[in-house]
Design a protein around this ligand. Structure first.
Ligand code: CA
Length: 430
């Protein structure tokens, strides 16, 4: 079965007996994302988000309720790296098994004891992140940021040929809800650098990609099979200190401006769940170069894109104190990704670099071409020159202490049940 084909588990009419699952904005029975949770005295174990509950997958397997998947028992505790390494066939068997249990009310008496209300579950980073690589595939973001740094030459000539990226820092990848401590660093000034807390703290709305089966060193992953190495997707906020970045980025790229914290959403939304939302990759104009052969594949061009609605949301401390809800700062789509995730996998490994299960990719900031669809404040405020006015009358160019910033993604297509990614947020603290 091809990675973009749908089956009965995508039926928009499917109903679950789990209360609150049908029509849930993120986790109806058509999604079934994987995560790691604990409750009470138990250690972290595998769970599945369904409506407002976490289904204790580890407990379910240990109790023999998914008999064909008994062999997964050893892979469902402490971290999910080994489970992700098993690949698409196991994920699909799991999805089909869970879908059957959760849609047929005859299973309710046996399964109900394994449902944990979401508010009682503590969620954990699903994998030990061995390596984290951040790409730069949002072409409108690359162009807009390039304009700020180099007005005459916004998009460098290599951009349309090579998926640009840098090796990020795995040790500072954290789960949603973790406060964001404003980093200190070298800030540029007219009389040379000074040291202090960043004054230009920004977000970057990105998709995260969890790697499943890896490759051995020296054995590149061809584009045609790159999808087999992708275990799932999450939201990723690559918090960025723009003043630090402007001073340090030449000649080797981002360093301290982006290594203090990266926040991800807790759930791994599988490629199987996203199959209905596949579509054409970025459409290149006739005057644009075609990718080199190792980055060109007809199936990837036809199905490598994702139909996602993206959002950036802000609630300041004053808004919170006044009882005002968060305000939406932008509404974009994933159509702005110039390179597909499969192209990123193929490119990352083409020189022989091994990927490992639980490695994390960021796609790069996803911004639309027009105002109102930007994935960073740097773009929304034109480099800090045009402040945003909020419902309280406050203004923002960059993030202030007490601000709560959230990014969101939802997969939407006519004829299918929309699915979401869950929470990816953080409060800025001084
Ligand atoms: Ca980034």
């Amino acid at each position: 079965m091809s990675w973009w084909q749908t089956d009965h588990t995508h039926d928009a009419g499917a109903r679950s007996w789990v209360p609150g699952a049908d029509g849930h904005p993120d986790f109806p029975v058509q999604n079934l994302p994987l995560g790691l949770f604990s409750d009470g005295d138990s250690g972290p174990r595998a769970g599945i988000a369904i409506g407002n509950h976490v289904l204790d997958l580890a407990g379910l397997i240990d109790s023999g309720l998914l008999p064909e998947l008994d062999h997964l028992s050893d892979f469902t505790r402490e971290r999910l790296n080994e489970l992700l390494a098993l690949g698409a066939e196991v994920r699909r068997a799991l999805r089909h098994g869970l879908f059957a249990l959760l849609t047929d009310a005859r299973h309710q008496p046996a399964i109900q004891p394994f449902l944990v209300p979401m508010e009682l579950a503590e969620l954990h980073l699903p994998c030990e992140v061995g390596d984290y690589t951040d790409f730069y595939a949002g072409i409108h973001h690359a162009t807009a940021v390039g304009k700020l740094f180099r007005p005459d030459n916004p998009l460098l000539p290599n951009y349309r040929h090579v998926p640009i990226g840098y090796h990020g820092r795995a040790s500072s990848v954290v789960l949603t809800g973790t406060p964001v401590k404003r980093p200190q660093g070298q800030l540029p000034g007219a009389d040379g650098p000074r040291f202090g807390p960043t004054e230009r703290l920004d977000l970057e709305l990105e998709l995260g990609v969890w790697i499943g089966p890896g490759n051995s060193m020296g054995s590149p992953i061809p584009l045609a099979t790159a999808n087999e190495h992708v275990a799932g997707f999450c939201l990723l906020n690559d918090w960025s200190a723009r003043d630090v970045q402007a001073w340090e980025y030449q000649p080797l790229g981002p360093f301290l401006a982006k290594n203090f914290q990266t926040t991800v959403s807790p759930w791994i939304v599988t490629p199987e769940a996203l199959a209905p939302f596949r579509g054409p990759a970025f459409a290149r104009g006739a005057d644009e170069p075609q990718p080199l052969p190792y980055l060109a594949d007809a199936d990837d061009a036809a199905h490598g894109g994702l139909a996602l609605e993206l959002g950036v949301w802000l609630q300041t401390r004053a808004m919170r104190e006044a009882g005002l809800p968060e305000v939406r700062l932008s509404a974009g789509t994933a159509g702005a990704l110039y390179w597909t995730v499969q192209q990123m996998v193929a490119h990352h490994t083409v020189g022989g670099c091994p990927l490992m299960a639980g490695d994390l990719f960021g796609t790069g900031t996803v911004s639309g071409e027009t105002a109102g669809s930007e994935g960073s404040l740097l773009e929304m405020t034109h480099g800090g020159k045009q402040p945003i006015t909020l419902p309280t009358g406050e203004t923002r160019t960059f993030l202030q202490d007490g601000d709560c910033l959230r990014i969101s993604a939802r997969a939407v297509r006519d004829g299918f049940a929309p699915i979401g990614f869950g929470d990816c947020s953080g409060e800025i603290i001084g």
